[in-house]
Design a binder for this molecule. Structure first.
Ligand code: FAQ
Length: 307
């Protein structure tokens, strides 16, 4: 069975739910997919806070659609995790108990409306960089879920860029709002790719299994190279004096973010970590009656069918 698993990976074929797989492969996938799903669901909060305060009906409708897409992404991902034998309820309990993580980026506040644009541009931009290669991940249901997620994230990224471009063509005050927001989000966006490769305990094994297709540092570099010309186009400054084109490497050099800060946020000590989990817990408790009603309805429908 092990040989068949190895041969499937060597051929570049997918592992499917009914195939034999090593316990550690399954556990790594559940860890990563659950974390990814939780990120989508918790990630609805920072932007969701602006739905009722969006400056126009068009901006409100767009933001509402984006946040709904994120709920959808969470659901595809929980479904992919279910194919590995874990229920969505179980994963939610682990998130609420602080036993599973969500992306560090969502532990930061969104005090300015420009943050809606910056999240679209930088956070969805980083998400796309990370997730496009995951369309080729070795586990079938995860890779297939990523295809639709990436298409929607591309739209999200463009709406963020367009929002910021509109503000940059506005007043001095609007331009200052964009710059202030980019100054706050630049470093946390770089942290989304995880710790440096030398301090990433999971990368080597996840790459060998084809779960991850690129290392954290390679994806971070790709994101920086992709973002610099976009920042120039927008007319914003990325807040790093060390950011320069390196002709010999064919890449931009840049200053690494504060890794102690990432470690603190990952531990659950981010600026909004407690607030995000408390909000999620409240929403889960408020939704208990819906889950009970759905189960009661399903039981009655089943009894009617049987009877
Ligand atoms: N935040 O050994 P590694 C989105 C943890 S996009 C929190 O390098 P790995 C879209 C890591 O889990 C965001 N924890 O780990 C959206 C591990 O802990 P563990 C979600 C982090 O797995 C946009 C430990 O540190 N995207 O939501 C972070 O090989 C806008 C050691 O790290 C994904 O999840 C972090 N930044 O690589 C939604 C993509 N970095 O579990 C709304 C899929 C590391 O051993 C609005 N995931 N950790 O206790 C991945 O590609 C990988 O899991 C990485 C981490 C790259 C995140």
């Amino acid at each position: 069975m092990q040989e068949q698993f190895e041969a499937t990976l060597a051929r570049g074929d997918r592992i499917e739910p009914r195939d034999w797989m090593p316990d550690d492969y399954r556990a790594t996938l559940v860890r990563q997919i659950a974390q990814h799903a939780h990120s989508e669901i918790i990630g609805m909060q920072p932007e969701g806070a602006w739905i009722s305060r969006a400056p126009s009906l068009r901006r409100k409708a767009t933001l509402l659609a984006k946040v709904q897409d994120e709920a959808g992404h969470g659901l595809y991902l929980y479904s992919a995790a279910e194919t590995l034998g874990t229920s969505r309820g179980e994963l939610t309990e682990k998130l609420l108990a602080g036993r599973q993580k969500y992306s560090s980026i969502f532990a930061y506040p969104t005090p300015s409306y420009a943050d809606v644009g910056t999240i679209g541009w930088l956070v969805d931009g980083a998400a796309i960089c990370n997730q496009v290669p995951l369309c080729r991940t070795s586990y079938g249901p995860y890779g297939r879920a990523m295809i639709r997620v990436c298409k929607e994230e591309s739209f999200h990224q463009r709406q963020g860029f367009e929002l910021l471009m509109t503000m940059m063509q506005g007043t001095d005050e609007q331009r200052a709002m964009v710059q202030e927001s980019v100054d706050r989000f630049w470093w946390p966006a770089l942290m989304m790719f995880g710790p440096p490769d030398a301090d990433s305990p999971n990368t080597a094994r996840s790459m060998a299994w084809g779960i991850k297709r690129d290392t954290n540092d390679d994806l971070r570099q790709k994101f920086v190279d992709m973002t610099v010309p976009q920042a120039e186009r927008l007319g914003v400054r990325l807040p790093d004096d060390g950011l320069v084109w390196n002709e010999a490497r064919g890449h931009h050099d840049f200053t690494p973010p504060d890794w102690d800060e990432l470690a603190a946020v990952v531990r659950g000590d981010g600026p909004c970590s407690a607030e995000r989990l408390a909000h999620r817990r409240r929403a889960h408790e408020d939704g208990a009656w819906v889950r009970e009603a759905a189960l009661a309805f399903a039981a009655r429908a089943e009894a009617d069918r049987a009877g």
